[in-house]
Design a protein around this ligand. Sequence first.
Ligand SMILES: [Zn+2]
Length: 395
Amino acid sequence: MAASDLMRELTRSTGQAQVRPLEQTSAETQGYRFQEHLQGHRLELQRFVIDVAAAAGGVTEVPSYALVHIALPADIAGRFSIPEFATLAFDYDVAKENPGAEFVTFGSPMLDRFIALGSEIGRVTREFAMVSGIRVPPNLMDRIESKIGFNRCRRPALRATAIQACERAVFRFIVSYISDEKFSDSVTIAIDTATLADDTELLPESRTVFFSGDPQVVSGVPAAERRAYGDILNAALAHLQERARPRLAMYQAEVSGFCQKELVKVLKFYEKTLADLAARGEAADAAGDLEKKARIDAKIQACHLERQRRISDVVNKYRIAAEARLDSVTLQVMPKVKALLEVRHKDNTYTQEVFYNLATNSVEPLTCPRCGRRFFSAYPAADGLFVCRPEEASG
Ligand SMILES: [Zn+2]
């Protein structure tokens, strides 16, 4: 049988349900599985909370799956609005079965408090940029205009400035790709904790900044507003999936060749077995041995089922899953000038916030409200926002 015939036979005999996972790797199946893995980050979250509690002088106990008893020193508990004695559930079903337990997941206020506690005791590191002269540069507009272009608009006017201590959360994830073997990557994602903008590509700029552990270096600078750490982590996870998925698809494509080779072998084997059985059945039929014919028919049925099972086994064996865990968080606090610009386009006035980073001495790119990308060349959109591409401008 030619290879192409085999593949046709493979498609026909296995049905879409079993062949599709092979073809669908990056799109739905793997994407969904990957998301499941990330959302099911429970154990990593549990470990994080237990580590933080232990570092804060607390005591923890895990009485059963995804359930943690926690006792914290009273002063720590009071300062971070965490009960002194708490039962935490890291699984939705476990939380439901234990009415006294508080469900901890991404976005829950309890996780936020533990991250805040972690930042205090060093499980999460917070560092402050040392900047000489925290003030609005006199030529701020020149600097902004040399970087940011407002297409089809008049020159922007500076309406207001404010200096703020902005915080960026730098998450380091370890992503593991697992099939027969397991290999891991480290992925860094940075999120602005006020705007939730993806700051990852701005990280190289801050490499030359000297950071201190002493909050005094930004004393007197009001802190920028901050979103809940749970939301910030969620934003990072969304980017993590975007980053990891192409790699997952690439690895999946690599192993798909092996998978098909093995499937071809399996199919050949059953093709031969089924042909033999069919021949024996026909012989029995011709001889009028109905009992034997019935026995062989039953064997053929069983053989079909076994073949389906073997195909599923092979497909599953070569399916790669990705898992991610949070390795560390660094909070970088940097003073920035928040500048409010007014920009005229036709008869409309747009307002746009621009950040000038006083630690890196650079104008930060805008964040596209449509696609989340960072950009310097802005297009006015019909809804009063600036977007990164002309095709995003309408609607
Ligand atoms: Zn965009």
